[in-house]
Design a protein around this ligand. Structure first.
Ligand SMILES: Nc1ncnc2c1ncn2[C@@H]1O[C@H](COP(=O)(O)OP(=O)(O)O)[C@@H](O)[C@H]1O
Ligand SMILES: [Mg+2]
Length: 282
């Protein structure tokens, strides 16, 4: 088992006394082969949930077990081991760039986690190439490149640690459609070629529908759905989740209603188009 939540609740200490940002969460995530989307309205607890996955937050009650390790581990060094295994990319990760050069920034993680300077450099270069950061940029300042590139550099910094599980908190937020698709293609490749478990927080239901196999829905800190996307979009309580339908499903529902094309769920545009071509030729 990669990650397990056992009846986990968490309350931020502060003004809202006894207010649990996540409540009684039970969850099992495999260390390989999963592509999970976490969705829910703003404030539903998505970011709070994923920050438990590498011990940035510790439960107020309940247990989180990651790669067999109960959190927090007794030995402090184990935290580093764990943060290497579960790579967490924050929202707007580019805000956390800080080194003088792009390569140094990407090397920071692996250098911190045991590797020698030379090893860290090799790992950083590999990660840079995965996200499409060209060698010619290595010695440049991370603050003098475009926002999209900055985000890639920040993501490379996590990939350079070669995490087994990659957790992404709204990685495509604020990107244009092209940047969004390019980035998603990188995650898909990591998932398909290396069978990596990807956990993706997103508001973009088109993206969830196209990429995720499993979806977890949070509402007011409660886990209200955990299952395949196929089941989610047919769920009788779907409206109560306050989610949007993905565009291909909306189009297909519309076409059935307006011109009688039989509804068949298609989760991305290519499948939608193939289906419509099929229907047109009948
Ligand atoms: N650092 C914090 N201090 C106090 N409350 C917080 C903090 N971060 C988030 N919250 C509150 O916890 C709840 C869940 O927030 P969050 O996990 O960020 O949700 P989401 O990522 O789904 O938007 C919200 O009510 C939010 O206001
Ligand atoms: Mg959030």
């Amino acid at each position: 088992m990669g990650i397990q939540f056992k009846d986990v609740s968490f309350a931020y200490k502060g003004l809202k006394v006894n207010y649990d940002a996540i409540r009684h969460i039970n969850l099992k995530i495999k260390d390989k082969g999963e592509f999970i989307a976490i969705v829910g309205q703003t404030g539903s607890g998505k970011s709070t949930l994923v920050q438990h996955m590498n011990a940035l937050l510790l439960p107020s009650s309940g247990n989180v077990v990651v790669f067999g390790q109960n959190l927090p581990p007794k030995k402090k060094e184990k935290i580093n081991y764990l943060r290497q295994k579960v790579g967490l990319v924050f929202q707007f990760p580019e805000y956390q760039l800080f080194e003088e050069t792009i390569l140094k920034d990407i090397m920071f993680g692996p250098k911190n986690f045991k590797s020698t300077e030379d090893e860290a450099r090799v790992m950083a270069k590999k990660a840079a190439s995965i996200v499409g950061i060209d060698e010619s940029l290595y010695e440049q300042s991370p603050f003098r490149i475009s926002g999209g590139q900055m985000r890639r550099v920040a993501i490379a910094g996590i990939l350079a640690m070669e995490p087994e599980i990659l957790v992404l908190d709204e990685p495509t937020r604020g990107l244009d459609p092209r940047g969004r698709n390019d980035l998603m293609a990188i995650f898909r490749e990591l998932h398909e070629k290396e069978n990596k478990t990807i956990i993706l927080i997103s508001h973009d239901m088109d993206l969830v529908s196209e990429y995720a196999k499993r979806v977890i829905v949070l509402k007011d800190g409660n886990l209200v759905f955990d299952g395949t996307k196929e089941t989610l979009f047919e769920h009788k309580d779907f409206d109560s989740f306050h989610l949007d339908f993905p565009t291909p499903l909306k189009i297909l529902k519309h076409l059935e209603k307006e011109i009688g094309i039989p509804y068949q769920p298609k989760y991305d545009f290519n499948s939608l188009l193939s289906y419509l071509k099929e229907v047109a030729h009948e």
